[in-house]
Design a protein around this ligand. Structure first.
Ligand code: ADP
Length: 366
């Protein structure tokens, strides 16, 4: 292996997270004493990562050569086909890796009865917290009508399309796919059941997720078509139910957990959000109390096993501001009480015994 090639092996493709030398992205290399000329082949024309790859390539080659010249080109269709084959392994095109009996990815649906209870905020922060704990995490924003994950995670980049394969943008080490990437100008999504089913199915089959430890799914509120489709497409998923302490929220939240139970999903637990506001050391329960407990009790009765409360998250200005600014609070305000509670919940989730998806595993830690 030439020295230049070895230097290039240090350059990691930001979307595929593998050395460019393994991905067939390095073309012709010519060296002449202290000078090197390397050809780099991007997956597609206009690849959004082009600039950062070129910068990294120049920096890597500069470690061995005084004079560096880089030619950025694009793979041929045949080279692209070879790359896709390498990524996919022996799996067929349009393959849903999470529905396989041997899948080791834990798929977690985060649902709520109604909107506005903080489901997306919690999903995004839990995903990032799990990634901070060293896990490989994907986040599927299936809240088709109210998608907000790209904003919360500050993603403005579209997925890169390599023919039919989509490479998800990565934010805070979480791979993210959202319907928000595919609608222009904030247009409303007015799709009916079959189209919704096809869209969420493509998010599972056409996205290059790689090997994930966790796939978190931000469900639309309620118990509609998308939740049912996803339940069929991801039969091994378990769910987390988010509610506020208010009894009106709790009653509808229970229904969303119940639909999961009826389709055979285990419920990991309940998260109560906006539980209290702390002012001057005093905790004020602005939205009342008891919603989390009520949902946990009713779901325990339905499930016939203990459904715990995973945590209670304070009303937090830091959490809200962080989401509005596109950097989740577990990153931008880790000291905040809500961030700490979210991190604690992420650790509980990570502490669940790992097993083949589809098996119901109880937490046993609360
Ligand atoms: P949902 O996904 O349930 O519709 P969101 O996550 O979009 O809800 O949250 C709704 C709004 O409430 C957002 O503006 C979010 O920043 C804010 N929010 C969520 N949880 C909290 C909290 N614990 N404290 C303060 N604001 C919160």
């Amino acid at each position: 292996m030439s020295e230049a090639f070895e230097l290039l092996a240090q350059v990691i493709d930001p979307e595929l997270r593998a050395p460019i030398t393994d991905l067939g992205m390095v073309g012709d290399i010519q060296t002449n004493g202290q000078s090197v000329r390397a050809q780099i082949k991007l997956t597609i024309v206009g690849c959004p990562a082009a600039q950062s790859i070129e910068r990294d390539v120049r920096a890597a080659l500069a470690k061995g050569y005084a004079e560096v010249e880089v030619e950025m080109t694009t793979m041929t269709a045949a080279e692209r086909a070879e790359l896709k084959q390498k990524l996919r392994g022996d799996k067929p095109v349009r393959f849903n890796p999470f529905a396989q009996p041997g899948s080791l990815t834990q798929v977690i649906f985060v649902g709520s009865g109604k909107g506005g209870v903080g489901k997306s905020t919690i999903t995004a922060n839990l995903a990032v917290a799990l990634a901070q704990l060293g896990h490989k995490v994907g986040l599927l924003d299936a809240d088709i009508f109210g998608y907000s994950i790209p904003g919360i995670l500050g993603i403005s980049q579209q997925p890169t399309k390599v023919d039919e394969m989509m490479l998800p943008p990565i934010a805070h080490e979480v791979k993210v796919i959202s319907i928000g990437f595919f609608v222009s100008d904030n247009k409303p999504v007015a799709w009916r059941g079959p189209m919704l089913h096809r869209a969420v199915e493509q998010f599972l089959t056409d996205v290059y997720w790689g090997d994930l430890d966790y796939l978190l799914v931000d469900l639309p509120p309620g118990t509609g078509d998308v939740a049912i489709s996803l339940g069929q497409l991801l039969p091994g998923a378990s769910s987390i139910v988010v509610t506020t302490p208010q009894s009106s929220a709790a009653t509808v939240a229970e229904r969303s957990g119940a639909i999961g139970l009826s389709t055979g999903q285990g419920v990991i637990g309940v998260i109560e959000n906006m539980s209290y506001l702390e002012i001057g050391g005093e905790k004020r329960e602005l939205f009342g109390s008891g919603g989390g407990e009520a949902v946990a009790q009713r779901l325990s009765a339905l499930a016939g096993s203990d459904v715990p409360i995973l945590g209670k998250i304070a009303i937090s200005e830091d959490l809200r501001v962080a989401s509005d600014q596109g950097t989740p609070a577990v990153v931008s305000a880790p000291e905040d009480a809500a961030s700490q509670e979210l991190m604690r919940i992420a650790k509980l989730i990570a502490a669940r015994p790992r097993g083949l998806s589809g098996k119901k595993l109880s937490l046993g830690v609360i």
